[in-house]
Design a binder for this molecule. Structure first.
Ligand SMILES: Cc1ncc(C[n+]2csc(CCOP(=O)(O)OP(=O)(O)O)c2C)c(N)n1
Ligand SMILES: [Mg+2]
Length: 376
């Protein structure tokens, strides 16, 4: 990293797609051809392929999940189409002992830590088998209430610092989450106690139907970091190499005792908010066309092939394998039996409270009234 904290990759040129909105964002793929080649050829051996492979797996998972939702096998599903680069980079830039704190948008990051894909898919089927082993993968349960995962990550990271355990925590979030009180409190406390935590905010410019201009007067979210006393970095969210670099730098700083970092991965939500959403009713579809060339998989493929880091056949092979694997997982998922009422009730609490015990769920409400609760 340079002395001014900007790292080795420069900012997205203003003339590039999204250049105006991406102002100040770090890039590798947006470099001129020669510089980009040099950068990609200088990466540690196999890293480009590992990143690409993780991205294809995430894409295959996401596409399969949308198909399964359309088939009625799973319920509502928040697609992350277009966010594969930042998500793949976030896992690979960290060590296995580091903790991840995902939201509904990062359903599949746990599978990059070798959790079987069927597990998060079962979650969206409302099946108790959808709870991954939190301690084994060091991935917290996903948080659907916006911004609630930030304080969890800060608390965990602060604990790690007090115990000198050497791991860092990474909490995901979106542009909308930065308006929530939890975000403010988490950033403030993290900086005060120098917690080894990374706030990875993917600014896709939309919080369901609320655009970023209605969310904040500070469109460069990374600038908010200054108010808390921590570094803030902008990066192109569609650029897996720049995201990897920025997150790794933040993790190294945190590990050295340098405290938290706010990483703003800026881009655009290329898809709908989720399977129940239709964005054309609230945003101009022409903007989608403008951003389409930033789609991260195709962009990465073009760059690594051009740089001679991978052959097109090799990438095709990786992509086909990932898609076949997820097709098989999807087929098996549809065949699994639905959970019983007992399984549903018992999966929520370690010791199921009396009013929620499975046998009681079958009783008509008048029968419950006539019984004496055990605490009376
Ligand atoms: C506390 C809370 N309020 C409202 C919601 C409903 N909700 C779900 S996602 C979402 C938008 C969040 O947008 P953003 O933080 O930009 O993340 P993105 O969905 O774009 O990844 C909202 C308002 C919620 N889940 N939790
Ligand atoms: Mg958003």
């Amino acid at each position: 990293m340079r002395a001014d904290g900007t790292g080795t990759s420069p900012a997205v040129p203003a003339g590039a797609p999204g250049g105006a909105l991406m102002g100040g964002a770090r890039t590798v793929l947006g470099l001129g051809r020669e510089d980009r080649r040099e950068h990609l050829r200088g990466l540690p051996s196999g890293l480009a392929i590992r990143l690409y492979s993780a991205m294809t797996h995430l894409r295959a998972f996401d596409e399969r999940a949308v198909i399964l939702q359309r088939q009625g096998v799973i319920g509502t599903y928040p697609t992350y189409f277009g966010e594969e680069a930042v998500q793949a980079a976030s896992v690979l830039a960290l060590e296995d002992r580091d903790w991840l704190f995902p939201t509904y948008r990062q359903t599949a990051v746990v599978t990059l830590r070798d959790c079987p894909s069927v597990v998060p898919l079962l979650l969206w089927r409302g099946h108790p088998g959808g709870w991954h082993d939190v301690m084994r993968y060091r991935v917290a349960p996903i948080c659907i209430p916006v911004a609630t995962n930030y304080p969890h990550a800060v608390g965990a990271a602060w604990g790690a610092r007090l115990r000198h355990e050497g791991w860092v925590a990474l909490a995901y979030g979106g542009d909308g989450s930065t308006s929530a009180g939890d975000f403010h409190e988490a950033c403030n406390l993290a900086a005060v106690v120098q917690a080894p935590v990374i706030f990875l905010v993917t600014n896709n410019q939309w919080a369901i139907s609320t655009p970023i201009v209605k969310q904040t007067r500070v469109p460069r979210l990374a600038e908010k970091a200054a108010a808390y006393g921590m570094p803030g970095v902008r990066v192109d969210s569609f650029d897996v190499f720049a995201c990897y670099e920025v997150i790794q730098e933040a993790a190294e700083r945190a590990r050295r005792g340098g405290g938290p970092t706010l990483v703003e991965a800026v881009g655009y939500r290329l898809g709908p908010h989720g399977t129940a959403d239709e964005p054309s009713v609230y945003r101009d579809p022409r903007a989608d066309l403008l951003w389409a060339p930033m789609e991260p998989l195709g962009r990465t493929e073009a760059a690594v092939v051009e740089a001679g880091v991978a052959a097109p056949e090799q990438l095709l092979e990786l992509r086909s394998r990932a898609f076949q694997e997820l097709r098989d997982v999807g087929d098996r998922l549809g065949e699994l039996p639905l959970p019983s009422v007992e399984e549903l009730a018992d999966s929520v609490h370690r010791d199921t409270p009396w009013p929620l015990r499975p046998e009681r769920l079958y009783e008509p409400s008048w029968a419950r009234l006539e019984q004496t609760p055990p605490w009376s």
